[in-house]
Design a protein around this ligand. Structure first.
Ligand code: DQA
Length: 140
């Protein structure tokens, strides 16, 4: 299965950014573990701090992947454009978050992605991404 992980703003700082909330591991490091764990699958990873680049990536990935795992980070709570892009494409998108956004500030409770996502996984640390991969491998 061919899956694309898209990470949004500030997730390039994982490892050093607010470690109490997001842990100590860089995403690059975690992604190597993930590829090793799912050796039979084709996993790709893209990160951008720019809203339009995330929309471009969702559009260009459409029909070229079996699934997309999207952590739009802060744009989750603000971006109608990314939400619309998720709605516009045929490839299923699973929304993930490292932290349990429902247990944090009120402004993090709103997601413009969730209404058009296949499902949402949040609060399991970086393991949220692994659970998202598994959701594509054993679909309901
Ligand atoms: C996040 C949660 C968002 O609210 C926050 O803006 C992030 C990371 C998470 O993975 O927990 O940057 O998406």
């Amino acid at each position: 299965m061919k899956l694309l992980i898209i990470n949004g703003p500030n997730l390039n700082l994982l490892g050093s950014r607010e470690p109490d909330t997001y842990g100590n591991q860089t995403f690059e490091d975690y992604f190597q573990n993930l590829k090793h764990k799912f050796q039979n699958e084709k996993l790709e990873y893209f990160q951008s701090n720019i809203e339009g680049e995330i929309i471009d990536k969702l559009q260009s990935a459409d029909k070229n992947f079996d699934g997309i795992i999207l952590n739009a980070a802060a744009y989750t709570h603000t971006s109608i454009g990314i939400g619309d892009a998720v709605k516009a494409i045929a490839t299923p998108v699973v929304e993930v978050h490292i932290s349990n956004t429902s247990a944090r500030e009120e402004f993090r409770h709103k997601s413009f992605i969730a209404p058009n996502a296949k499902g949402v996984i949040l609060g399991f640390g970086l393991q949220s991404y692994e659970l998202a991969v598994q959701s594509f491998l054993s679909p309901q």
